[in-house]
Design a protein around this ligand. Sequence first.
Ligand SMILES: Nc1ncnc2c1ncn2[C@@H]1O[C@H](COP(=O)(O)OP(=O)(O)OP(=O)(O)O)[C@@H](O)[C@H]1O
Length: 317
Amino acid sequence: MISVRGLSRTFTTKTGPVEAVKGVDFDVHQGEILGLLGPNGAGKTTTLRMISTLIDPTSGEATISGADLRTDSQTVRSRIGYVAQGGSTNDDELVIDELVLQARLFGLSKAQAVSNAEELLATLDLEGLGGRKCKQLSGGQRRRVDIALGLIHGPALIYLDEPTTGLDPQSRANLWGHVKGLQERGTTIVLTTHYLDEADFLCDRILVMDHGEIVAQGTPEELKRRISGDVISLEIDQARTDLAIEVAEALLEVRSKVVELGRVHLTVEHGDAAVVPLLRALDERGIVARSLTVKRPSLDDVFLTVTGRSLREGNHS
Ligand SMILES: Nc1ncnc2c1ncn2[C@@H]1O[C@H](COP(=O)(O)OP(=O)(O)OP(=O)(O)O)[C@@H](O)[C@H]1O
């Protein structure tokens, strides 16, 4: 669906050039949800804006839905929907008018525009709200109207730039459901986010970006497993923690170990599979585990591993 090679963008500013995106390569397959994850300033929006023809790349090339980004930008535009970070709706306009106008701008007939608008209002759980002014909608409803605007001309590919930023937890969860629903109806989705839980829940694959580069990529599971392993936490008698580690290391490839107040945290490759043999080996040495948990590393652990800093710190700075 998308093939990107060596795409880069340098902005010229008064204080000198800013290399926002530094020659990224990636593909997006039909029907998948691909996430661009990274802190503020990582280059996510610039990447999206390039592959939607809103800004020209400084170098590199891309094919989007079969059309060449540089030589056939008109076709690219007709085949994608772009939902920007900021709302695209006007406060005092009626929802239905916004949708129909957008469809007409894409060249649809009046009848087709109204039909598409009504179908999207139903799909996105906005039925009955077409006659409201945009300012009379909740944050979540308004964001869904933004998405409807991006889909009004029937593109098979849609870009969502931080779809849930600014929404309350309930509206976020609701929107996630709608994004999954679009995928089930066959839409390919590229989204940017700096929410780890969002990327984890929604995306089939994730590109982790930092300072204009892709620093890691894979499915959420692959990323978490490849980079961080699983963490097994055992609660045992404080005097026996050293022996417990010895037993674990004889049995498993322990990547890292932390001991704190009668708890031993062991990072291993396949935590789930390691639990039973580990408990058996501990038992044979007379060590009783009072509790045991296996925790999958979070995407934040992944980000920390590949960039040396936390995604949350990145957001604050
Ligand atoms: N029009 C512009 N002129 C100059 N610099 C820009 C411009 N747009 C973006 N940049 C810079 O390019 C870098 C990447 O910005 P970009 O908006 O792509 O990041 P992002 O990962 O989308 O961040 P956010 O999560 O905050 O949206 C930043 O350093 C930003 O300041």
